[in-house]
Design a binder for this molecule. Structure first.
Ligand code: UGA
Length: 432
C-alpha cells in the first residue's frame, strides 16, 4: 500500500515514520520547502524521543520520502491521510478547518484511481461529511471513500503510543475501505491493539470525547488536591485508592499544574463549540475549562504565601517550563501564565529546561535561561519543579545549594517530602 501523509506536523510525521517502519511505502507532504529539505537531510523539526533515528532509517531504506508536491504525491498513493492543523479559530473557540478544506480541494483534482481519504487530524463531527461533499463535486463517489481515523498519540511517548495503541478507531460504513484500513493496521492488531469500526461521525466524536474526558479526570484530581491540602490528606493516596477501582482506572489522576499542550485546551473548547452548534450544553466540559484556567491562579497564590507575599526581588527558579516532560512544546504550558505574573510583580526568575531557551519569555523583565540545573538553582529563594523531566528526579539539592536553604515547591509531586526536609529545605508539594 502506498501512503501519503499531508502535513508533517506532529501527527503526520510520527504516523508517517511509523507506518513506513511497518513496511509501507510512505510519502510525507508539506508545503514548507525548508522543512521538507531538512527532513531529507535527516533533521526532524520536532522534539520526540526516537523519531529522528526512525525517520533516518526508513528514509535510507527508501520506504519513507518527503515532498512538497501534494498533487503528484496524492496521485501516486492509495491511502491519503490528512494531518494538517486544526487550531482554535482566532477570537473564537471552534476549530479552524481552513487547512483541512484547502487540502481537500487540492486532493479533489488528483483523484486518478480509487483512494481512501482519511482525517487523522482532530476534526469536529460532520467534517468528514463536508470533505465528501467537496470531493464529490469533481469526482465520482465510487472513486473515493472518506474515513475518520483519529490519532491518540501523546507527545513524548508518540512512537510507543503508535506501536502499542490501546485502540484503533476507524470511522466508515464503507466495507471496502474498512477492509483496507483493517489490513493496514493488522501488524498492530496482531500485537493486541483493539480495533473498533464505527460510523464516521462517531469516530470523529470519540477523539474529542476522549480528550475532554482525560482533561476532566486531571481537573477533577486537581480540585481534590486543593481539598487534600486543606484537610491534611495526601492526594496520592486518593489517586491510588480511586484508581484501584477498575471502573475509574489509575492513569491521568496525577495532580499537578493545569493541563496544557496543543490538544486538551483546544479540543475541550472545540467540543463545546460543536455541541453549541447542535444546541447541546456540555456543562461538565465548560466547568473543566474554567477550573483549569483558574489553576495557575491557585498555584500563584500558594507561591505568594510561601514567600510571605513579598515577591519583589525574590529569586525564583523554574525547573522545566514545557507543558510536560519529553517535549519542547510550550503551548498552553502553565509556566506561560506563572512566569509573566511573577516577573510583573518584580521577581527575578531563572529557568532551566532540558530543551533549552524559550522565546516565549524573551521580552519579560528579569527572566533568564540557565544552561544547567546548578546555575539555575544557585542563590534561589524558591525553586519550583514545574515539569517532571527525568533530569530532575535525582537532584541533590543540598550539594547544589552550597549552604543556602531555599524553599522547594514541587508541582509534580516528584520528590519524597521526608528526604527533602531531612536535607533542611522547606518543601511544598501539590495536594498534601
Ligand atoms: C493528549 C492525549 O493524551 C493523547 O491521547 C492525544 O492523542 C493528544 O492529546 C492529541 O489530541 O493529539 P498530549 O497533549 O501529548 O496528549 O499530552 P498528555 O500526556 O495527555 O498531557 C496533557 C496535559 O495533562 C499535560 O499538561 C500533563 O502534564 C497533564 N497531566 C497528564 C496531568 O496533569 N496529570 C496527569 O495525570 C496526566
Amino acid at each position: 500500500m502506498k501512503l501519503c501523509m499531508i502535513g508533517t506536523g506532529y501527527v503526520g510525521l510520527v504516523s508517517g515514520v511509523c507506518f513506513a517502519d511497518l513496511g509501507n511505502e510512505v510519502i510525507c507532504v508539506d508545503k514548507d520547502l525548508n522543512k521538507i529539505n531538512s527532513l531529507k537531510k535527516g533533521k526532524v523539526p520536532i522534539y520526540e524521543p526516537g523519531l529522528s533515528e526512525l525517520a533516518i532509517k526508513n528514509y535510507r531504506n527508501k520506504r519513507l520520502n518527503f515532498s512538497t508536491d501534494l498533487k503528484k504525491s496524492v496521485k501516486d498513493s492509495d491511502i491519503i491521510f490528512i494531518c494538517v492543523g486544526t487550531p482554535t479559530k482566532k477570537g473564537g473557540s471552534s476549530a479552524d478547518l481552513s487547512q483541512i478544506y484547502n487540502v481537500t480541494n487540492e486532493i479533489s483534482s488528483s483523484i486518478n484511481r480509487f483512494k481512501i481519504i482519511i482525517t487523522k487530524s482532530t476534526v469536529p463531527v460532520t467534517t468528514g461529511d463536508e470533505i465528501e461533499k467537496i470531493l464529490s463535486r469533481k469526482n465520482n463517489k465510487k472513486k473515493f471513500s472518506v474515513v475518520s481515523n483519529p490519532e491518540f498519540l501523546r507527545e513524548g511517548e508518540a512512537i510507543r503510543d503508535f506501536s502499542y495503541p490501546d485502540r484503533i478507531v476507524i470511522g466508515t460504513n464503507d466495507k471496502k475501505a474498512g477492509k483496507i484500513m483493517k489490513n493496514l493496521y493488522s501488524p498492530l492488531i496482531s500485537k493486541g491493539a483493539s480495533y473498533l469500526q464505527t460510523s464516521r461521525r462517531a469516530a470523529e466524536l470519540i477523539k474529542y470525547a476522549s480528550n475532554a474526558f482525560l482533561a476532566t479526570k486531571i481537573t477533577f484530581i486537581n480540585e481534590i488536591a486543593n481539598l487534600c491540602e486543606k484537610t491534611g490528606i495526601n492526594v496520592e493516596d486518593i489517586s491510588i485508592g480511586m484508581g484501584l477501582d477498575k471502573r475509574i482506572g489509575s492513569r491521568f489522576l496525577r495532580a499537578g499544574p493545569a493541563y496544557g499542550g496543543s490538544c486538551f485546551p483546544k479540543d475541550t473548547k472545540a467540543i463545546i463549540s460543536t455541541a453549541d452548534k447542535f444546541k447541546t450544553n456540555l456543562s461538565v466540559v465548560k466547568s473543566v475549562i474554567k477550573s483549569n484556567e483558574n489553576r495557575s491562579k491557585i498555584l500563584l497564590d500558594r507561591i505568594y504565601r510561601m514567600l510571605n507575599k513579598k515577591i519583589k526581588n525574590k529569586k525564583i527558579t523554574f525547573l522545566g517550563v514545557t507543558f510536560k516532560a519529553n517535549t519542547d512544546d510550550m503551548r498552553d504550558s502553565s509556566s506561560l501564565k506563572m512566569i509573566p505574573s511573577l516577573s510583573k510583580k518584580g521577581a527575578i526568575i531563572k529557568y532551566f529546561d532540558p530543551t533549552g531557551y524559550k522565546n516565549e519569555f524573551s521580552k519579560l523583565k528579569n527572566v533568564t535561561n540557565k544552561a544547567s540545573i546548578k546555575d539555575a538553582v544557585q542563590s534561589a529563594d524558591l525553586v519550583i519543579l514545574h515539569t517532571e523531566w527525568n533530569d530532575f528526579k535525582s537532584i541533590n539539592f543540598k550539594n547544589l545549594a552550597k549552604g543556602k536553604k531555599f524553599i522547594i515547591f514541587d508541582m509534580r509531586n516528584l520528590y519524597s517530602s521526608s528526604k527533602i526536609k531531612q536535607q533542611g529545605f522547606k518543601y511544598y508539594s501539590v495536594g498534601k
